[in-house]
Design a protein around this ligand. Structure first.
Ligand SMILES: *[C@@H]1O[C@H](CO)[C@@H](O)[C@H](O)[C@H]1NC(C)=O
Ligand SMILES: *[C@@H]1O[C@H](CO)[C@@H](O)[C@H](O)[C@H]1NC(C)=O
Ligand SMILES: *[C@@H]1O[C@H](CO)[C@@H](O)[C@H](O)[C@H]1NC(C)=O
Ligand SMILES: *[C@@H]1O[C@H](CO)[C@@H](O)[C@H](O)[C@H]1NC(C)=O
Ligand SMILES: [Zn+2]
Length: 961
């Protein structure tokens, strides 16, 4: 999946079992409860987990089983070869029934008298279940059973199936086009006449194919798929493969069947189909592979950017992997309701609108970049993930890490001006280090069995940390070695699954072939220290005070809130040192072994009186601390001529210094960090400012409402003043991508710290634009977030109502996101509460997929912050039923808790965890939230005085040299 916003969640609404006529009904309570069909029997015993039905009688038997120790993995008695799936969804308000038939051709691997596969939320017509094959005449279905917890559907047969037998299993069933953004679900939009139009679409990763058809729903049961979709004549359907032919429906005159080509072998989670009245926008410059982007009518123009770049990125990956894209076509579609960012279904990539649609003049440069990044990410998956799939979800990081690492390369091909190498630092490395600095972080490889645990894996560790570790590997193996090893691995495991160890073997062989220095270790030895341990190291580089040419290098585990008795971890760390960025040959490489032993080097320093910097361009996934002498040398260099230090390393210094200070690793803590970052008054490059802005934002939140907080505001404003004066609000058509970004930061800081001329100008801009909101000339989409937020902050219900009206009427999803964020800048408690209500109300202006934005926004609003947690607690059950699971509520809590810093807030969170834990399949997300708030509370006690003193001493004159 593309790095998400929220993930589709499996349905945990109510554990209730119904028995309907001759059908096994699973979890469709809501659908069938009122009124129950005649002759049905409703059981609402919530403690039962297994329902057994027999074809002979209408008897239901339930089996109780102790919780815990549940095996969620299917037995491997069968290997599916071909699924023939035929689905016809009714897409009409009030009737979202799906009629389904499936036939699975499979091989029996072991003698057995029962077949176990997955289903969820469907009614299988008991009497239609058939097993056929040579020698299977007379084989009957004895009875079936269903386990709600594991979602296992077991078909008990009257006789034994023998290893080696080929057989077909078929059945018919009813399912429902749901509205929880998972499985086969419905999405809708309003057409130009204001009518609501529905579409049917899918999201199966990780465990929701079983909601659309009975299947062996684990990634390593690969098979071919022959899909047939029934649809009304005035709609179209698309799926992974092209349509072979269309035939009339035998007894529904308004309907037709689209019969698809058989797919290549693939995992169930990659199957996809969409039935809609959408418009197909073909790519103008398609090569071998036919490329098209589908959108709702009215959004055609917004697909132009995606159609422009997709073929080029696709060809780039063909070249990168040295393997042609295996399917005849690549469809992409913008779905109005979509839980994650995008999904890499093979040949049919689904996106949320903001991840693929771009409207020049309305969407921002940031929106454009996001489109490029997500497209590249999903295309990379067509090889890494689709062609070769990881064996089980515990290796999700390998799929997502590679897609994350490669997305930057793919974008670089089409948009070199976006300077993706620089973007990587903040978007991936610094971003994930916040989470990965927690003791409650987790290793990249992570056992996961139940669907909640699997869903929880789709986090920044799987994406950004894994991507960063792979980028580090690129640096120590060399790009060409990495590419050759990858190609060999993909060719070896085509249409199959693999584990990380297999990849390490192929990379190791290639490294040996080219004599890469791995310190006598294997690729596996090295990577295991990064993938099997959570967190990351702080590397300390100390110069011998007697002899400046000698350095001692050691490592320590980084934890953002250090505590007594924390276990030490050690890594195999690829070190790089540089003393002169203008001369690449001064770059020196060493390995630091995974032990507490420091390494002493006498052959690294060329210039005894000059600074040394470790972690060139931040290829290494670690932070760096120095002794006082070297820090002083770096500080002087930054203040005299900062451009002597590479821009990526300047950003590194800003982020490392502020985070090492926060976590108490840095001698002099914030005094050193604030001294170092004072050089920013002369910084006119985007990257270090972006880094600083992220860090200052957190500091301002932690200090909000205090005297030091007010002083910090003044300090940040004065640091950014030069920048603001230079950039102001005046966009120039010649501006480069990063200039647009930098101006955005300058204006955001100036207005955000209440610099009067900025605030006035923002209000003025807002008034002009709100008088003529369709005029894209009046307001830059890059500055619009700050302009609208400032106007909202200074305004009242009048501004709010305008934003809501515009939110409802704009045709561009990216603008909706901008406006929603702006609404959350109000400090009116009634309006904030209204937004929270909307976030969990069907038919409100806020789509279910966007609810998480409301919570993220609340986190940065002082009043919203205090409202959000109580709201989630008060509406716990409503959130679960609205979003299809409790996991969403915990994610919302995590997204607000980052900025909590009061003991009372911490106590409340702990109490909440104790109360809700029994309902949750996993509490890791809540633990992370609790640890983060604990760290924030401690932080204030520990650092307030230092920061306050520094700010007092430097106030009015923060720009001293
Ligand atoms: C939905 O429509 C189908 C096809 O017209 C029909 O057979 C079915 O009874 C309807 N179901 C409901 C719940 O209205
Ligand atoms: C459709 O399928 C048939 C039977 O498998 C095959 O012979 C034919 O070539 C296919 N047609 C197209 C247009 O792909
Ligand atoms: C798409 O490409 C064309 C031709 O290169 C270019 O003129 C146009 O501006 C591009 N559109 C977008 C939205 O990038
Ligand atoms: C994959 O690699 C293994 C180990 O190198 C080798 O034994 C096997 O034959 C290869 N398989 C394919 C399909 O290339
Ligand atoms: Zn992905």
């Amino acid at each position: 999946m593309g790095k998400g916003v929220t993930l589709p969640k499996w349905l945990v609404i109510a554990a209730c079992i119904i028995f309907v006529g001759g059908m096994v009904a699973v979890g469709l309570c809501v659908y069938y409860l009122a009124p129950p069909p005649p002759g049905s029997e409703v059981t609402t015993d919530t403690t039962s987990t297994v329902t057994e039905t027999t074809t002979q009688t209408d008897m239901t038997t339930t089996t109780l089983r102790p919780p815990g120790d549940i095996n969620y993995r299917l037995p491997r008695h069968f290997s599916p070869i071909l699924y023939t799936v035929r689905l016809l969804p009714i897409i009409e308000e009030g009737n979202f029934t799906i009629f389904g038939d499936v036939t699975i051709d499979m091989v029996c691997n072991e003698n057995t008298n029962h077949i176990v596969l997955h289903i969820n939320d469907m009614d299988v017509h008991q009497e239609t279940i058939k097993v056929s094959g040579e020698g299977l005449e007379g084989m009957m279905v004895h009875h079936t059973s269903f386990d709600q917890i594991t979602q296992f559907f077991t078909i008990h047969l009257s006789g034994e199936l023998k290893a080696g037998m080929q057989l077909s299993l078929s059945m018919s069933y009813l399912a429902k086009l749901n509205d929880i953004l998972g499985g086969f679900y419905r999405s809708s939009y309003f057409d130009v006449n204001g009518n609501r139009r529905y579409i049917a679409t899918t999201q199966f990763q990780p465990t929701d194919a079983r909601r659309a058809f009975p299947c062996f729903d684990e990634p390593n049961f690969k098979a071919r798929f022959a899909i047939t979709l029934g649809r009304k004549k005035d709609m179209t359907s698309i799926s992974n493969m092209p349509i072979n032919r269309t035939v009339p429906h035998e007894n529904m005159p308004d309907y037709e069947w689209d019969i698809y080509e058989e797919s290549v072998p693939m995992s169930t989670y990659l199957v996809a189909f969409v039935i809609s009245d959408f418009v197909k926008n073909p790519a103008p410059n398609a090569g071998e592979t036919e490329v098209a982007v589908w959108s709702r009518p009215g959004a055609e123009e917004q697909t132009r950017y995606a159609t422009n770049i997709t073929s080029t990125v696709l060809e780039y990956f063909e070249e990168f992997f040295q393997i042609p894209y295996p399917l005849p076509k690549q469809d992409m579609i913008a779905i109005p309701d979509f839980g994650a960012g995008a999904m890499e279904n093979w040949g049919l990539i689904t996106y949320r609108e903001t991840a693929v649609l771009y409207q020049p003049g309305v969407s921002s440069a940031q929106n454009k970049q996001r489109v490029a990044v997500v497209i590249a990410h999903e295309l990379a998956h067509q090889w890494f993930g689709n062609l070769v799939t990881t064996d089980w979800w515990d290796l999700l990081w390998l799929n997502e890490g590679f897609a994350t690492y490669l997305e930057f390369k793919g974008v670089d091909r089409v948009e070199p001006e976006m300077k993706m190498e620089q973007q990587y630092l903040n978007d991936a490395i610094h971003y994930v280090m916040q989470l990965d600095g927690l003791n409650s972080s987790h290793p990249m490889i992570m056992p996961a069995n139940n669907p909640d645990e699997i869903n929880e894996l789709f986090d920044p560790i799987a994406y950004e940390k894994s991507g960063s570790v792979l980028r580090m590997m690129e640096d120590f193996l060399g790009l060409e070695v990495l590419k050759e090893g990858l190609t060999n691995y993909l060719n070896n495991r085509t249409y199959d699954t693999a584990t990380a160890d297999v990849l390490w073997e192929f990379l190791g062989d290639t490294a040996t072939k080219y004599s890469v220095d791995l310190n006598g270790l294997t690729v596996k030895d090295i990577l295991d220290t990064w993938s099997l341990q959570k967190n990351f190291p702080v590397v300390k580089v100390e110069r011998n005070p007697e002899n400046y040419t000698e350095i001692t290098v050691s490592q320590k585990r980084f934890i953002s809130a250090q505590f007594e008795g924390a276990e030490e971890y050690y890594w195999h760390v690829p070190l790089t040192f540089i003393q002169d960025f203008s001369n690449n040959s001064s770059l020196k490489r060493r390995w630091l072994s995974n032990s507490s032993e420091p390494a002493v080097y006498t052959d690294i320093i060329d210039e005894p009186n000059s600074w040394i910097i470790c972690n060139h361009k931040v290829f290494g996934y670690y932070r760096v601390d120095y002794d006082e002498i070297n820090w002083d040398l770096i500080q002087v260099q930054l203040q005299t001529n900062h451009t002597k230090i590479d821009v990526m390393n300047r950003a590194q210094i800003v982020d490392d210094a502020l985070n090492l200070a926060s976590a108490d690793y840095l001698n002099q803590t914030y005094k050193r960090a604030m001294d170092l970052t004072s050089y920013l008054k002369n910084e006119f490059d985007w990257l270090p400012w972006e880094t600083a802005d992220n860090n200052f934002d957190r500091l301002r939140n932690l200090l909000s409402g205090t005297e030091a907080g007010a002083l910090l505001n003044d300090h940040i404003r004065s640091l950014a003043l030069h920048l603001y004066e230079l950039y102001d609000f005046n966009e120039d058509p010649m501006d480069k991508h990063l200039d647009l970004f930098l101006r955005t930061i300058a204006v955001r800081i100036a207005c955000g710290t209440n610099f009067a001329p900025c605030v006035e100008k923002a209000k003025e801009n807002f008034i002009n634009w709100s008088a003529d909101p369709d005029n894209a000339e009046l307001i830059s989409p890059n500055l619009k977030p700050t302009i609208t937020c400032t106007a909202m902050r200074e305004g009242d219900v009048k501004e709010f109502d305008f934003l809501v009206r515009r939110y409802n009427s704009t045709n561009v999803a990216a603008e909706k996101d901008q406006l929603l964020s702006a609404m959350m800048c109000t400090d009116d408690i009634i309006l904030l509460r209204r937004l929270l209500e909307w976030s969990i109300t069907d038919g409100s202006p806020i789509r279910k997929q966007d609810a998480v934005f409301v919570y993220r926004g609340m986190a940065t609003n002082q009043i919203g912050k205090t409202l959000a947690l109580g709201f989630i607690q008060d509406n716990w059950e409503q959130i679960a039923s609205y979003t299809g699971g409790y996991l969403t509520a915990t994610e919302w809590i995590q997204s607000v808790s980052r900025y909590y810093n009061k003991q009372s807030e911490l106590d409340e969170l702990i109490r909440l965890k104790e109360e809700k834990a029994p309902q949750l399949g996993t509490v890791r997300t809540l633990d992370q939230a609790i640890e983060q708030v604990t760290a924030n509370v401690q932080w204030l006690e520990k650092h307030y005085q230092t920061i306050h003193n520094w700010l007092r001493n430097n106030s009015g004159n923060p720009v001293k040299n």
